[in-house]
Design a binder for this molecule. Structure first.
Ligand SMILES: [Zn+2]
Length: 222
């Protein structure tokens, strides 16, 4: 059975019922705890040691503030470690939607846990609501929560599908992540522009090939 799809890109506002979105935007957001000052100081110290070991003059003007800058950057890029993905989706609404909810082109930046350099790209998420839905922006926040940590793309994709399945208990979930890995572009085999695609499915999306191709059409990948 073809279902009326309900799609949206992460940049646009949700076309969900006005009351739903309004209620949603008032919901408190789980904000990641800032690092204690000692943590930043300790990381900055060790970054400075690394610069020294690389043969740098850590006192030259360009590098003086680099260790603390790197510490703050890590605090930001690893903020997802201090967020429980399930909490991000905690504001749900009782609503039986007819078709799949598809949120596409959610841009993300993550850190490869093998090399601690960025991998980045877009995530696309679909679910078939059973009796509850979540604000569209929460799906994008979920992608933030699982990407802003030391990751591998495969696990990140599974974590997106798992969180949607656990919290929304939908009839099915599909997550597709496409990314470029700087550890592959800038070093090692040096293949710039290569794209890695990972897919995770749950429920109906695991069983039904038509649903999967509909998803690919909706995110304009076929
Ligand atoms: Zn890597």
């Amino acid at each position: 059975m073809w279902r009326d799809p309900y799609t949206c890109t992460s940049d646009s506002e949700s076309p969900a019922p006005a009351g739903t979105q309004a209620a949603n935007s008032r919901a408190p957001q789980p904000a990641p705890e800032p690092w204690p000052d000692e943590t930043r100081q300790a990381i900055a110290y060790h970054v400075q040691q690394i610069l020294r070991l690389c043969g740098e003059d850590v006192n030259r003007p360009g590098l003086v503030d680099t260790p603390m800058r790197v510490a703050r950057m890590m605090e930001e890029m690893l903020a997802g470690m201090r967020v429980n993905p399930d909490d991000v989706l905690s504001t749900v609404f009782d609503e039986a939607a007819a078709g799949p909810v598809v949120v596409s082109d959610i841009r993300f930046y993550s850190l490869c846990e093998h090399h601690m350099v960025p991998f980045f790209g877009t995530a696309h998420v679909a679910y078939l609501p059973s009796d509850r839905i979540v604000g569209i922006s929460k799906i994008a926040r979920l992608v933030d929560a699982v990407s802003r940590r030391l990751q591998v793309q495969e696990r990140m994709t599974e974590q997106i599908a798992d969180a949607v399945e656990r919290v929304l208990q939908p009839a099915g979930v599909m997550a597709l992540v496409e990314a470029e890995h700087t550890c592959m572009c800038a070093r090692g085999i040096k293949k710039p522009g290569s794209r890695t695609v990972t897919v995770a499915t749950r429920g109906e999306y695991s069983r039904d090939a038509n649903l999967r191709s509909e998803f690919l059409q909706l995110i304009r990948r076929t």
